[in-house]
Design a protein around this ligand. Structure first.
Ligand SMILES: Cc1cc2nc3c(=O)[nH]c(=O)nc-3n(C[C@H](O)[C@H](O)[C@H](O)COP(=O)(O)OP(=O)(O)OC[C@H]3O[C@@H](n4cnc5c(N)ncnc54)[C@H](O)[C@@H]3O)c2cc1C
Length: 272
């Protein structure tokens, strides 16, 4: 955002990979897109000193290329968030929190004290508005409608609102491999998608991760124009517990971005 406002932006990141939860190829592609906008990245960087000199901020850091100094007018520090639970008097009510201050809940969002629930960011886990709302639906369903809903195994779609957007659902390849799945993987660069070409928005790629034992979709990452919208189509198929092959023979409206699923499904093959 600041780059597009005209600032010269350098991103210093402690990790070796930008957007570290994503698969490396997705992270590399997003980094490439941002670099093409003029943003500089320094990965695996260790900040050693920050000084304010002559109205300028000087940030000293170590990286693979040795010691350097980044100079600028503003410094945005993104170190994460913590729950605002320390002043609620939870201890007086005997409500348990974990060591980071998140309120402990079970799958029904019940705390350890009967009649007290915790919803949204304060209970930890992925912090999204749509999950906070779904937490409410679960508690409402259980309390008012007599249902037995739980957050366990909840499918969590998300979107990083970069341009192009990074939409994700389910597991990444590295998560799925970590869980021991035998995989089939499909990829499709957005340069293959007619609608993306027409719109001049060919940056990015689609990737689908499939359970080789039953062709069920384990997850997908869509770095594309409207990636957040597109990934929810695959999320719907996951909710319906249908195999990816259902989309292989499907008819897609031409020219739409979803038409790219045709090439994506065709590309699915056994991974090493
Ligand atoms: C910069 C930024 C961008 C984000 N972008 C997205 C996005 O694009 N999509 C997305 O899904 N999520 C996004 N999120 C995350 C999303 O905002 C949160 O997950 C969501 O707001 C959580 O809802 P919540 O109701 O649990 O908590 P909150 O929305 O934080 O609400 C908690 C409320 O409790 C109040 N409160 C706190 N302490 C007390 C107290 N002691 N007494 C009384 N009231 C108190 C606070 O003032 C606040 O109003 C973003 C977050 C940030 C910070």
């Amino acid at each position: 955002m600041f780059r597009r406002f005209g600032s010269r932006v350098t991103v210093l990141h402690t990790g070796k990979q930008f957007v570290s939860r994503e698969d490396p190829e997705i992270a590399a592609e997003l980094q490439k897109v941002l670099e093409a906008e003029g943003i500089q990245f320094v990965l695996d960087a260790r900040t050693t000193r920050v000084e304010n000199k002559n109205s300028s901020i000087m940030l000293s850091f170590e990286s693979a290329s040795g010691s350097s100094i980044a100079t600028g007018s503003h410094l945005l520090v993104a170190t994460g968030r913590r729950p605002n639970t320390d002043d609620l008097g939870l201890d007086k009510a005997g409500i348990e929190t974990d060591k980071s201050g998140f309120i402990k809940v079970n799958g029904r969002l019940e705390t350890n004290i009967r009649g007290v629930w915790a919803l949204g960011d304060c209970k930890g886990g992925p912090a999204f508005t749509h999950l906070s709302y779904n937490d409410f639906q679960i508690v409402y369903g259980n309390l008012i409608e007599g249902k037995n809903l739980t957050i366990e195994n909840r499918l969590v779609p998300y979107c990083v609102f970069t341009d192009p957007q990074l939409g994700g659902v389910g597991m990444t390849e590295k998560e799925a491999r970590g869980k021991g799945f035998k995989l089939k993987i499909g990829r499709c660069p957005m340069t293959y998608v007619a609608r993306a070409i027409e719109r001049g928005e060919t940056a990015g790629l689609m990737k689908i991760v499939v359970d080789a034992s039953n062709d069920g979709i384990l997850g997908a990452s869509i770095l594309a124009s409207e990636g957040g919208e597109l990934v929810q189509i695959l999320g719907t198929l996951m909710l319906a517990k249908q195999p990816y092959t259902l989309l292989k023979g499907a008819v897609y409206i031409h020219p739409t971005l979803a038409e790219g699923f045709f090439s994506l499904m065709e590309d699915v093959k056994l991974a090493d």
